[in-house]
Design a protein around this ligand. Structure first.
Ligand SMILES: [Zn+2]
Ligand SMILES: [Zn+2]
Length: 155
């Protein structure tokens, strides 16, 4: 691994282009109901970065934000997506001081290869909501609830 690895990413229509520099704080799967709804799939696979590691190259004008206030923790979660193609991209909790520096980026919008080295989850959260037919990923730290934005709680 080089010291300043850069990962590029985009939404489906390519209007939103971004890059992240350096390693993520955490790669995680979230099985909560809200992440299931927002992805339209079975769980959400995000990498947590410091906000200063993310650079939006283009498409800031088509990014739309949904303020998700119906969360278990009560903290409003800002969910940014491309208003042209609907890809979910960036999730943050700007009003929560413990998470203010953090942005969660959808791994599916990152231009990554299929290998485990490229992107393998380290943690799974809200496992109490996990669909029973989803097998836990080998090697992950798991929590029944745990805040997705509190990676410091995962060792
Ligand atoms: Zn798009
Ligand atoms: Zn979630």
């Amino acid at each position: 691994m080089s010291t300043a690895s850069v990962i590029k990413g985009s939404c489906l229509c390519q209007r939103v282009q971004y890059e992240v520099t350096g390693p993520p704080k955490m790669r995680l799967l979230c099985h909560c109901d809200n992440c299931r709804k927002v992805t339209g799939s079975t769980f959400m696979a995000n990498a947590l970065y410091r906000k200063d590691q993310l650079r939006i190259i283009s498409g800031e004008d088509v990014l739309k934000v949904y303020e998700d206030s119906n969360t278990e923790s009560g903290n409003t979660t800002s969910r940014k997506f491309c208003s042209n193609c609907s890809s979910p991209l960036f999730t943050s909790r700007d009003s929560d001081p413990s998470a203010a520096e953090v942005v969660a980026i959808t791994s599916g919008t990152m231009d990554l290869g299929p290998s485990r080295e490229n992107w393998a989850p380290q943690a799974e959260v809200y496992c109490k909501n996990r669909r029973e037919w989803i097998v836990p990923v080998e090697g992950t730290v798991r929590s029944e609830v745990m805040e997705a934005f509190a990676p410091s709680k995962v060792e």
